[in-house]
Design a protein around this ligand. Structure first.
Ligand SMILES: [Zn+2]
Length: 155
């Protein structure tokens, strides 16, 4: 069965039992299975009694959740790495600039301390933003690592 055929049959499905060939297709096709789950959630939402007049927000919001798309990370990992590399490169390269040498000649080395503080703050902010925006990723990796090490201990 093709996905197109599955979706046509799904649209025509009138609350009845799903034919076996559709069940088989949904088992092997995650995209069609998602489609079916969304449709079932929509029908369930439609059938909820007096949802719009209910004073309690929780069932209304939780009924809408299957239709919300998952929040997406807007900055890709490549952009994070590129900006981190630019920050690092500028920290290394700024002391090599002619302007830096001119400033050092004019003010002595006293201005390098505030500059180091500013760069350090910048690096700290970058690292903090990186860690905070990748917490879910880190926890997933940690869980996978723990599961792997537990498996190794058992074996
Ligand atoms: Zn399909």
């Amino acid at each position: 069965m093709t996905c197109e055929r599955y979706r046509t049959l799904l649209d025509g499905l009138d609350n009845g039992e799903m034919p076996l060939e559709m069940i088989v297709h949904a088992r092997s096709c995650p995209s069609c299975a998602r489609e079916e789950a969304a449709l079932r959630a929509a029908v369930a939402l439609y059938r909820l009694p007096d949802l719009s007049r209910s004073a309690d927000l929780v069932p209304r919001v939780s009924a809408l959740l299957p239709f919300m798309t998952a929040p997406r990370r807007t900055v890709s990992m490549r952009d994070w790495l590129v900006s981190g590399f630019v920050i690092l490169a500028s920290i290394v390269l700024v002391p090599l600039l002619g302007e830096f040498r001119d400033l050092k000649a004019a003010y002595g080395s006293g201005f390098t301390f505030p500059l180091s503080l500013a760069l350090g703050t910048f690096v700290t902010l970058y690292a903090g933003a990186f860690v905070m925006s990748h917490l879910d990723d880190f926890s997933r990796r940690l869980k996978r690592y723990e599961a792997a090490s537990r498996h190794r201990r058992v074996a």
